[in-house]
Design a binder for this molecule. Structure first.
Ligand code: F0G
Length: 459
């Protein structure tokens, strides 16, 4: 039996959840055009759509909310925010944004020209969207193990330097104005990147004079994995590991809604003050003044405190072990998941669960829909619906390497019984999988289609 960690907290406030009847759930999903983003949260029993902005804040963070300084310019809360970020990331310039994608939009609108390429291990969907929206081309260069759901390699988020070299040879350095890495690698199963790999990738780009930025949403979970798995780090504090990570990059974007343990907030931070100045000019037009950037003073205060709490090692032990518990319990039931369990989520391997539904009929979305019908559970499709695109040259649809269903675990929110219920529900769906039908798109927008897509079941 998988081991459940002891929670290093007790519960001070609760929020009710309720389960609709099966008939109601079937009605709701049809009404939602088979898109779980269209279901209202009250109609969900266990919401594993995302770990983003869904954390339970601590008593210290709530106290910080009351102390928030709402001054337009130079608020005390901004100074706390800046100080907290500098103590971890160590860069000179800190620019607040309302969330991660606003930081990405600032970065790419400042740096990219049409036709530029941006390599990473695997970009997240909003990062891809922001690159494409600025005329750029996202390129994923994760190691092959990172694309094999069954590989149990410890650092499946690592970048393959040979793939970087291949890209440089193909497009030339003048078409690569920035390079990135996502830690942990969300779209590849929440898998960590090793410090050794970060150092090598940084060295590679430094040699070529290409600025290297880290998408740092889940850097604390990544740093904890380094402590657990990488040789030489078991006696080093997670905060020191985090500092070492950021010492090997030129900057970082961050959605504080993940390892910052807040409901809203983000930032971009970097060494280069000239680049920061250009971004601040854009920030003032699009987000707000440079000392609040789309957040209220109280939100800045909650981020300042949450970032430090997110590095607490008792918390991280609980966090990573809770996710592993869900993964191991599913494996015990014979359910194929991306191995080993990631940091913030477990990813069901939809293509092996539903081999009878071909990629063009979105097996991962079909699985996700059935988890809602079976147990009121909301999950996220991370597969063809999210990532397939039409190749402009050939007109062909290019499908991603993996079709996954992500069960993302909000931080400090669900208990062991909730997770046990999730396991039972997935098992029931698995046992009846021959009954599941594929889906067909009836409406889609141009970018980030999974948020607003509409579907119908194929007969
Ligand atoms: N980068 C990564 C790796 C992410 O996972 C996300 C968000 C972002 C950037 C954008 O941050 O939402 O604050 O604008 N991921 C969420 C998720 C939405 O569900 O994984 P944001």
């Amino acid at each position: 039996m998988a081991k459940y960690p002891l929670e290093p907290f007790k519960i001070k406030m609760v929020e009710s959840i309720k389960m609709l009847s099966r008939e109601q759930r079937i009605h709701k999903i049809k009404q939602a055009k088979y898109n779980l983003f269209n279901i209202i949260a009250e109609d969900i029993f266990i919401d594993l759509l995302t770990d983003s902005g869904t954390s339970a804040m601590s008593d210290s963070q709530w106290a910080g909310i009351m102390r928030g300084d709402e001054s337009y310019a130079g608020s005390r809360s901004y100074l706390h925010f800046e100080e907290s970020i500098k103590s971890i990331f160590g860069y000179e310039n800190v620019i607040p944004t309302h969330q991660g994608r606003a930081a990405e939009a600032l970065l790419f609108s400042t740096i990219l020209k049409p036709g530029d390429h941006v390599p990473s291990n695997i970009h997240f969907d909003t990062t891809e969207g922001n690159i494409r929206n600025n005329g750029g081309i996202p390129v994923n260069c994760v190691i092959d193990e990172g694309l094999d759901p069954a590989s149990t390699f410890s650092f499946k988020g690592n970048v393959d330097i040979n793939k970087l070299q291949k890209l440089v040879d193909e497009v030339g350095l003048d078409k690569i104005p920035i390079a990135m890495i996502t830690i942990t690698n969300n779209s590849g199963g929440g898998q960590p990147v090793s410090l050794e790999n970060i150092k090598q990738v940084y060295k590679y780009w430094k040699k070529h004079n290409v600025p290297f930025f880290i998408d740092a949403c889940r850097y604390a979970e990544n740093a904890y994995f380094i402590k657990l798995r990488e040789k030489g780090y078991d006696n080093i504090s997670v905060k020191d590991i985090a500092k070492e990570i950021f010492a090997h990059a030129n900057g970082a974007t961050m959605s504080a809604k993940k390892d910052g343990l807040v409901n809203i907030g983000g930032f971009i931070t970097m060494k280069d003050s000239e680049l920061a100045k250009q971004m601040i000019s854009r920030l003032i037009i699009t987000e707000g003044f440079r000392t609040y950037g789309g957040m209220s003073g109280r939100d800045l205060e909650a981020v300042a405190i949450g970032l430090q709490e997110g590095l607490n090692e008792d918390y991280l032990k609980y966090r990573i072990e809770q996710t592993a518990y869900l993964g191991e319990s599913l494996l015990e039931q014979g359910i194929p998941i991306v191995q080993p369990p990631g940091g913030h989520a477990i990813y069901l391997d939809a293509r092996s669960i539903l081999p009878n539904i071909s990629q063009e009929y979105f097996p991962a979305q079909a699985l996700s829909v059935s988890l809602y019908i079976e147990g009121g559970i909301r999950s996220a499709e991370i597969g063809g619906l999210m990532f397939a695109y039409i190749d402009e040259k050939t007109g062909k649809t290019i499908y991603p390497e993996l079709d996954l269903v992500r069960l993302a675990i909000p931080r400090r929110v669900y208990t062991r019984s909730h997770l046990d219920f999730v396991v039972q529900t997935v098992k029931k769906v698995m046992d009846n999988r021959h009954m599941l039908k594929g889906l067909r798109i009836t409406y889609q927008p141009k970018l980030l289609r999974h948020f607003t897509v509409e579907l119908e079941e194929i007969s």
